[in-house]
Write a protein that binds this ligand. Structure first.
Ligand SMILES: NC(=O)c1ccc[n+]([C@@H]2O[C@H](COP(=O)([O-])OP(=O)(O)OC[C@H]3O[C@@H](n4cnc5c(N)ncnc54)[C@H](OP(=O)(O)O)[C@@H]3O)[C@@H](O)[C@H]2O)c1
Length: 266
């Protein structure tokens, strides 16, 4: 039996676990990564129960060159058919109105942007050489227009959205498919740390099903919920003070710092 090889970063999180379980099946080899070995083992067991072959690797995606080497090694051993660059972190301005610590800004770009590039870039070249493969970049609706309460997160997601769209253009005639996932609020540990309105939020399982369906249709951008995405994108057509006022009213938020943030370590 030929196994379909699916690689998922951030597999220890809410969306990553749901994606792993969505793809877990008898004819699938899952390569899963995240940092928590304990979570990786637990998720691998659930995926094996569904018949999948599973390989796990704990790594810090901020170590971009180590990630690149690891991805290349994985692909040399068993060519990757689909890679989902999903690992991500979030932060926001602080409740008193002061900004994000630079350490968090750097971390968001390292994980959400460079981490994606370190995963996708080496695979793009190898998939292009063999004329087959699919890359999925997990973005966010906040990449459609900078949200004033989450500047670094918005910018890190805008960067990968543009990167993914450009890669799709470059690879269009090569047999390699590239999709960007521009999604709204999804239940997960990340979302549990987000204090603010979460209009039209959905479960991680539902998000994983929508992502899979979009990838099977080779959509360039998998947008959901569509109405929210269109609403956010349309703000680009308004004059800036009005757009910012709308965002600060409807997407006012704070984010409970995670353990890697200098604020979370206090
Ligand atoms: N939840 C939402 O509402 C929402 C909405 C739009 C887009 N997204 C995007 O969806 C993706 C998944 O988010 P989620 O909601 O599932 O968040 P989550 O539950 O917090 O999961 C985040 C994942 O990223 C991994 N990660 C974080 N820092 C890492 C690092 N330095 N090295 C390696 N892995 C690291 C985590 O692994 P470890 O903890 O094991 O390190 C975990 O597997 C992210 O890209 C996020 O931006 C989420």
């Amino acid at each position: 039996m030929t196994l379909t090889h699916v690689l998922i970063t951030g597999a220890t999180g809410g969306v990553g676990q749901a994606l792993a379980l969505e793809y877990a099946a008898q004819d699938v080899l899952l390569t899963l990564t995240g940092r928590s070995r304990e979570r990786l083992n637990a998720i691998a067991a659930l995926c094996r129960d569904k018949g999948a072959e599973v390989s796990t690797h704990s790594l810090d995606i901020r170590d971009a060159y180590a990630v690149r080497e690891w991805v290349l090694g994985v692909d040399r051993e068993r060519p990757v058919d689909l890679a989902l660059a999903n690992a991500g972190v979030s932060s926001a301005i602080q409740p008193d109105g002061s900004g994000e610590p630079f350490e968090d800004v750097e971390r968001l770009f390292s994980v959400n942007t460079l981490g994606v590039a370190a995963t996708v870039c080496p695979l793009a070249e190898r998939m292009r050489a063999r004329g087959h493969g699919q890359l999925a970049i997990i973005g966010s609706i906040s990449g459609l227009r900078g949200f004033p309460d989450t500047p670094a997160y918005s910018a890190s997601k805008a960067a990968v959205r543009t990167y993914g769209k450009a890669l799709r253009g470059w690879l269009a005639d090569s047999g390699v498919r590239v999709s960007v996932v521009t999604m709204g609020f999804v239940d997960s540990p990340m979302s549990a740390r987000y204090d603010g309105g979460k209009p039209l939020r959905c479960s991680a399982e539902k998000a994983a099903r929508r992502i899979r369906r979009g990838l099977e249709r080779n959509k360039g951008e998998i947008l959901f919920p569509r109405i929210l995405a269109v609403g956010v994108w349309s703000l680009n057509l308004l004059i800036e003070p009005v757009a910012n006022r709308v965002l600060r009213t409807f997407f006012k938020c704070s984010v409970k710092p995670d353990g890697d943030s200098p604020l979370g370590r206090k």
